[in-house]
Design a protein around this ligand. Structure first.
Ligand code: ZN
Length: 144
C-alpha cells in the first residue's frame, strides 16, 4: 500500500539518506542538520511536525539525535532500531539533542499518547516515550 502523501518526518529522513549519499556516507552535523537537509526538501514546512497543532511561526517540532552528528551511517549497527529524528520538546530550527528530549505524550495535542520516531534505516514508527527509551537501552546493552 503506497501512501499518497509522505509525512513531513518521512520526507526529512529520506532527505537525510540522500545527504549521506552525497557526503561520503556521513550524517549531517547535528547543530546545522536542518540547514544541511534543506537542499533536499521541497519546503521549510516539511520540517514541521503535523501533529503539533499549537505550533507558532518558526517552530518546527522535530529534532535530530545529537550523538549521530557527522557519524558514518553505514558503520552504525542495526539501523532499524537507531532513532535518528523525533518529535521534540525543542521546537526550534536545527533542534538537536538526546532522546530524552522526545516530546512526552502529555505534550502531544493529538491525544494519541505516542510520538513520531524515525530510524536510521528510513522507517518511522509512533512510539511512547517508554517504548523509545527501552529500544535505545536495549541497543546500548547489546553493545557491551
Ligand atoms: Zn512529528
Amino acid at each position: 500500500m503506497a501512501p499518497e502523501h509522505l509525512s513531513n518526518l518521512k520526507e526529512t529522513v529520506l532527505a537525510e539518506l540522500m545527504y549521506e549519499g552525497d557526503n561520503e556516507g556521513r550524517l549531517p552535523p547535528a547543530q546545522t542538520w536542518a540547514d544541511a537537509l534543506r537542499l533536499y526538501v521541497g519546503s521549510k514546512h516539511s520540517f514541521e511536525c503535523e501533529y503539533l497543532n499549537n505550533r507558532k511561526p518558526n517552530q518546527y517540532g522535530h529534532a535530530f539525535l545529537r550523538s549521530l552528528s557527522t557519524r558514518e551511517g553505514a558503520k552504525i549497527e542495526d539501523p532499524a532500531t537507531q532513532a535518528l529524528q523525533f518529535d521534540s520538546t525543542d521546537l526550534s530550527w536545527n533542534a538537536n539533542g538526546p532522546l530524552l528530549q522526545l516530546m512526552p505524550p502529555s505534550g502531544r495535542p493529538d491525544g494519541t499518547g505516542t510520538s513520531e520516531v524515525a530510524f536510521l534505516d528510513g522507517h518511522m514508527k509512533r512510539q511512547s516515550r517508554d517504548q523509545a527509551f527501552s529500544m535505545a537501552a536495549s541497543r546500548s546493552v547489546r553493545k557491551k
